[in-house]
Design a protein around this ligand. Structure first.
Ligand SMILES: C[S@@+](CC[C@H](N)C(=O)[O-])C[C@H]1O[C@@H](n2cnc3c(N)ncnc32)[C@H](O)[C@@H]1O
Length: 287
């Protein structure tokens, strides 16, 4: 059955305010394979130093690996520097940003410079297609999801965020309330992603303590790390925070760390084994 037959009925498109948020005119980079696309990829602007901060966490990797089941060939869409690419399967990566491609580790999977919305592969080319912490960056998530379903035979695996639990996280609640609005603006609601994928289910992925992947809410147990500009550089939400709010929130956080107030309020988090900050794994079984 050609992949395109599996697309669900036409619905309202998932709103992506992303292009407006980043002042984007085009859709990605210039494809090595596939059609050239207009404009520069966002991560060519914001991806500097990504691979130093955003290392794959083995506990999250194990969840992704389990979700992939027994498939042999995998397309990793929005692959970035190659985090979470399984080493024991036949992986092909798709990534629009040249800067991200340049950070791929030696020995990582072959990469095609293209976007999710226009995958340069025939129907049913791979057993599985996966997209890890990337769907919220796509200019047209509907098109990208339909493309994943088209090129995969067995399943689609997506790791994304439900922004709601973030409202309770100290980082957002006490220092950067605007971050919630930014996340809600960027992230397609999980239920909308589920509605667009055949036989889809979701699982919560609690973020382990001392998570090795330094995305902003993964640092729930290490507040000091947010004070490091190199760490902030590697998470896109900081690039959308107005500079004045960043300055104000960081100086309040620094003062609370110095005075011990942060630990008085949140110190129990430093030894908690894991916390649900809204990370969700979606598995769509195409059958
Ligand atoms: C937060 S990074 C995640 C990278 C990697 N999956 C990881 O887990 O480290 C988001 C990635 O999505 C890529 N991206 C942005 N727009 C895209 C699109 N339209 N199609 C595919 N990938 C896209 C970015 O270039 C960036 O590498």
């Amino acid at each position: 059955m050609p992949g395109s037959d599996r697309r669900g009925p036409t619905r309202r498109r998932i709103g992506s305010r992303y292009r407006a948020l980043f002042g984007l005119g085009g859709r990605g980079g210039v494809g090595l394979v596939g059609k050239p696309v207009v404009g520069k990829a966002v991560y060519d602007r914001i991806g500097r130093g990504y691979s130093e901060v955003r290392r794959p966490d083995p506990r999250i990797a194990a969840r992704i690996d389990r979700a992939l089941g027994s498939v042999s060939s995998v397309l990793n869409v929005g692959a970035g520097a190659g985090s979470y690419e399984p080493s024991d399967r036949d992986v092909t990566a798709v990534e629009p940003s040249q800067l991200m491609i340049s950070q791929r580790r030696e020995g990582s999977a072959p990469v095609v410079q293209a976007t999710a919305e226009d995958l340069p592969f025939d129907d049913d080319t791979f057993d599985a297609a996966m997209a890890i912490i990337t769907v919220h960056h796509w200019a047209d998530p509907d098109a990208g999801l339909a493309e994943m379903v088209r090129v995969a035979r067995d399943r689609v695996v997506i790791l994304s965020f439900d922004p709601e639990p973030l409202a309770q996280l100290w980082l957002v609640r006490d220092y950067f309330p605007r971050a919630l609005e930014i996340h809600v603006g960027m992230m397609a609601p999980i239920k909308e992603l589920l509605a667009r994928l055949p036989n889809a289910r979701q699982e919560s992925v609690a973020i382990p303590r001392l998570c090795q992947d330094g995305f902003s809410c993964a640092l729930w147990d290490r507040p000091e790390m947010h004070l490091d500009p190199h760490v902030r550089q590697a998470s896109s939400s900081w690039h959308l925070m107005p500079a004045e709010l960043t300055k104000r929130g960081l100086s309040a956080l620094r003062a609370d760390l110095d005075s011990g107030r942060w630990d008085e309020r949140n110190g129990d988090l430093r030894s908690l084994p894991e916390l649900d900050v809204g990370l969700r794994l979606i598995v769509s079984e195409l059958g």
